[in-house]
Design a protein around this ligand. Structure first.
Ligand code: ARG
Length: 282
């Protein structure tokens, strides 16, 4: 288990903003079905190891001063640790998830109920969507992935609910089936928007949109994306990433960020990483 401390080098020009997030202990984590190419039910998983690795993520967030809320894992949903999929929260409103696969269906109402308890106005989704797995706020716009999980029809629903611009992005590589596996938001602050992404995970039209909107984006190498390097979450300065994504870490440092590596290799067996375990509360 590696937990790289923030480097001493000052991250000039990058301003951290506090974050409030929701997480779920991987107490029931295992792989007994396969709904993405990373999941192999015949390959044994180690729940204790998943828990220990997940705790290093919690510690990294605690060190950054994040405010962390928790949801109790349901008994029969081993994927519930991937909290990002539980909804999309913005402007005090929680847009509930409606999962594409029946194996995760019960997580939608459970997350929505928890978000209600936390004080958010609940909106149960009509259209299929997997929350922050596919919706990422950048500036005032919501980047919206589709192609594998969230239905494009959810883009209209979310646009109407939040009154924001929604930018559809089509995912084409089954290994990067959620937007947050192919694109990382480094700084969502309006006026300072900055992202990193893997171009080959998107169709040509979406690549054009990304290149035009974010000319200074960090383009991440296939090998860093393949260890879920882009499945990252930070505060606009300190960015928690997969420890294995060393090339991406160097790119982040060069751009003035402080990468913090955590090893979530056990959770990668379910097809998730840092960001997947993290649902932002706004
Ligand atoms: N096994 C989970 C699934 O396939 C992993 C979810 C990963 N979450 C994410 N935000 N990319 O649904």
């Amino acid at each position: 288990m590696t937990l790289t401390q923030p480097t001493a080098r000052p991250a000039e020009g990058r301003t951290p903003s506090p974050r409030r997030i929701l997480m779920c202990r991987p107490e029931r984590f295992t792989v007994r079905y396969s709904i993405n190419p990373w999941m192999h039910p015949d390959r044994p998983t180690d729940t204790e190891r998943a828990l220990a690795q997940w705790r290093t993520l919690v510690e990294a967030y605690e060190q950054l001063g994040f405010e962390i809320e928790y949801i109790e894992p349901l008994e029969h949903t081993p994927d519930m640790v991937y909290a990002a999929n539980g909804g999309f929260v913005l402007d005090g409103i929680a847009y509930g998830a409606k999962f594409a696969h029946p194996e995760r269906a019960d997580e939608g109402p459970a997350y929505l109920e928890r978000l209600g308890e936390l004080g958010y106005r609940m909106h149960a989704a009509v259209e299929t969507n997997e929350g922050e797995g596919d919706f990422l706020l950048v500036g005032d716009a919501i980047l919206a992935g589709h192609g594998f999980r969230s239905d494009a029809s959810s883009h209209d629903e979310i646009a109407e609910l939040f009154g924001r611009e929604v930018v559809p992005l089509r995912l084409v590589d089954p290994s990067f089936y959620h937007l947050d596996t192919a694109l990382a938001v480094l700084d969502p602050t309006p006026g300072r928007e900055h992202i990193a992404y893997l171009p080959s995970a998107f169709d040509e039209a979406s690549r054009t949109v990304l290149a035009e909107r974010y000319p200074d984006a960090i383009i991440v190498a296939e090998e860093d994306a393949a260890v879920f390097g882009l499945n990252a979450f930070g505060n606009g300065r300190d960015i928690v990433i997969a420890a294995q994504a060393t090339g991406f870490a160097a790119q982040l440092e060069a751009a003035g960020y402080r990468p913090i590596g955590v090893d979530l290799s056990e959770l990668l067996l379910g097809g998730g990483g840092v960001k997947c375990c993290t649902l932002e509360l706004r």
